[in-house]
Design a protein around this ligand. Structure first.
Ligand code: 0YR
Ligand code: MG
Length: 367
């Protein structure tokens, strides 16, 4: 299965409503920036990363794929996923400018495309290639009802609606003011009752003092986890918060390497582990994080299911995975979409990683 060609692509897909906001970003579109990897046996694999649909930034990623990574890969055997991961990550020129940021996002697209190819070549969905189904269902929690841009009364309506649709978990964004976010949390908890898991996500906005105040006020409302409370790289801050509150700490969607996770594990700074194949260098690096999490007996809740598609496969196949985020913006762009039925992600059935775009999405959203 020799790689013959690597073709980068950019899709800009609208978010729910006309725009959404968390504590740090206001966006109108999600960027699906990726690569199609063709082989001499006629198969193509697709992989992508996620962006805020900023075209100049997206073009840096596609340039990295086309100009830096494609020449390293054309002519190679696509079955050698681990060897090719190392070839890209440890290429002397690329290692010098890389390890995080644009080079990691571009590497993610390539690595996912190779896993997609290998699953297609084996004629199985990726979860089968990863070792098979280890759980009956993957519980979904809904983040799309919880944006900071949603007014208080609409937030409560949306939370109730998600529960009526069968979701057993929701997540609301925080990171505006402690007072406003506590008021919203209390209203949501009252509306959904005690059985629904309610997590909060700060997207790294607050300092430790604000997080401590928020946690003191939030503890009575049975918060499932506090996600990205502090700046993404602040290990000691998260360790201090984890010691000071009874609310579990979650993070990982902004970390790039297994080494970064390892430090959070070692310092007791994390309870829920949230790697993302579209930010780390693909399935290959995320599997290392999941295995390390298992060794620390920490549960994994990969970042959004549909925003990678791959996380659904991972969550069915890895013993450390526990629950998976639902944000439905881009799922309908793929031939085997990450659907939620009765509060759980449907088991994918098509061969591959679920990353093959539909012709319709290609025509509507290609930049
Ligand atoms: C907006 N999920 C997240 C959105 C979401 C972000 O940047 O992508 O809020 O990915 O934090 O947990
Ligand atoms: Mg998050």
């Amino acid at each position: 299965m020799k790689i013959t060609r690597i073709e980068p692509f950019i899709l800009h897909v609208p978010v729910t409503g006309s725009q959404i906001a968390d504590s740090t970003h206001t966006i109108t579109h999600w960027g699906v920036v990726g690569a199609r990897v063709d082989t001499d046996d006629g198969l193509s694999g697709y992989g992508f990363t996620g962006t805020h649909a900023h075209l100049p930034g997206d073009r840096l990623i596609t340039a990295c794929i086309a100009d830096c990574y494609a020449p390293l890969l054309v002519g190679e055997d696509a079955r050698d996923v681990q060897r090719l991961w190392t070839k890209i990550a440890r290429d002397p020129a690329m290692q010098w400018i890389g390890r995080a940021g644009i080079t990691s996002l571009a590497h993610a697209a390539i690595d996912v495309a190779l896993w997609d190819l290998n699953a297609k070549a084996a004629g199985v969905p990726l979860w089968k290639l990863l070792g098979g189904q280890v759980r009956e269902t993957v519980r979904a929690y809904n983040t799309d009802i919880g944006w900071l841009s949603i007014a208080d009364d609409k937030l409560v309506d949306g939370a109730r609606r998600a529960v009526q649709q069968g979701f057993t978990g929701i997540k609301i964004k925080v990171g505006s003011t402690v007072e406003r976010d506590l008021r919203r949390l209390e209203a949501v908890r009252k509306a959904v009752g005690p059985e629904i898991t309610v997590a909060v996500d700060g997207n790294g906005k607050w300092d430790l003092a604000s997080c401590l105040r928020f946690c003191r006020g939030a503890e009575p409302f049975d918060v499932y986890w506090f996600e990205e409370p502090l700046w993404h790289d602040d290990v000691k801050g998260h360790a201090a918060l984890a010691r000071a509150t009874r609310i579990p700490v979650a993070l990982g969607e902004q970390l790039y390497t297994v080494d970064a996770f390892s430090e959070f594990f070692h310092q007791g700074a994390i309870h829920w582990v949230q790697p993302d194949v579209t930010r780390m260098a693909g399935v290959t690096e995320v599997l290392r994080v999941c295995d390390a999490a298992l060794a620390y007996r920490l549960p994994v809740a990969p970042h959004a299911g549909d925003m990678s598609q791959v996380h659904v496969h991972l969550s069915y196949a890895h013993p450390a995975c526990a629950v998976l985020e639902y944000i439905p913006w881009i799922k309908d762009c793929f031939t085997d979409p990450a659907e939620v039925v009765d509060g759980s992600f449907r088991l994918p059935t098509e061969p591959g990683a679920g990353t093959t775009p539909t012709e319709k999405a290609w025509a509507a959203y290609r930049k």
